[in-house]
Design a protein around this ligand. Structure first.
Ligand code: NAP
Length: 225
């Protein structure tokens, strides 16, 4: 295979038709990065310059990733746009399974940015946001657990991962002027986890992180300054 510079290889965005995925694609294409957007329902609207849409299910990524030499992968998938009535049939290994597949399908050291959920963030007293009913409804804990397990799995995989944890106010104040993201290592304060962050700022953080290499899959909260 011909060697290509990292910048010319595509960034694969899992969940590319979603709110976070679309914002990430807008940011990447603004930076002239080619993108492969993967979701179950292929979006023809995303067949724009630099973007290739592929239909694919994260339960089996072999076809979606076939033949792609990826510069990086962004995990921006959620199995439900709104919380379901019941988590009885929800697989808390949903994200672990994605990471496991990426580990098999991609070369070791491939950059992977995992967009997680506020609930997994560690607070200054050693608890996580999901431990606090007033911050995160207890009934949604299976979802938080799934994200936490996926992040842990990424941390011990040979992939070059980073976990970006959006603050709870993601999208609450989306505006046309893009604010700068602030990235914070854990533990973080309640004020930080409840802060605002707009989708464009989160996308900027994702794109910035593609060029950063820190071992051990660091976890960073993203909020707007
Ligand atoms: N404050 C916070 O912590 C916060 C807030 C919002 C989101 N998030 C996180 O951000 C990430 C993205 O969320 P979002 O708001 O962008 O979600 P979204 O708008 O609901 O988009 C979800 C995306 O995932 C795709 N998808 C769902 N199931 C799939 C499957 N089995 N295989 C392939 N693609 C699948 C969807 O497309 P198809 O349905 O066509 O497959 C869609 O592109 C998630 O990890 C979510 O937890 C965090």
């Amino acid at each position: 295979m011909t060697e290509q510079s990292e910048e010319t290889l595509p960034v694969v965005v899992l969940g590319g038709t979603g709110r976070v995925g679309s914002a990430v694609i807008n940011e990447l294409t603004a930076r002239r990065r080619p993108v492969v957007a993967v979701s179950r329902h292929r979006a023809t609207a995303q067949d724009m310059p630099l973007v290739t849409s592929r239909a694919g299910d994260v339960h089996d990524l072999r076809e979606a990733l076939r033949g792609i030499q990826a510069a990086a992968v962004v995990i921006a998938v959620t199995p439900f746009t709104a919380p379901p009535e019941s988590f009885a049939s929800f697989d808390t290994d949903f994200y672990t399974h994605i990471v496991n597949q990426l580990q098999v399908l991609l070369p070791a050291g491939t950059r992977v940015i995992d967009v997680a959920v506020t609930a997994i963030a560690y607070l200054e007293d050693g608890s996580t946001v999901s431990d606090h009913e007033e911050l995160f409804p207890a009934r949604l804990r299976p979802f938080s657990r799934a994200h936490a397990r996926g992040a842990d799995r990424l941390g011990i995989s040979p992939l070059n991962g980073t976990v970006l944890i959006p603050a709870a106010g993601l999208g609450v104040q989306d505006s046309t002027t893009v604010s700068q993201p602030t990235l914070l290592s854990e533990p973080v304060s309640v004020e930080d986890v409840t802060a605002a962050v707009d989708h464009a700022a989160l996308a900027r953080a994702v794109a910035d992180q593609l060029a950063v290499t820190t071992p051990g899959a660091p976890r960073l909260l993203v909020r707007t300054a």
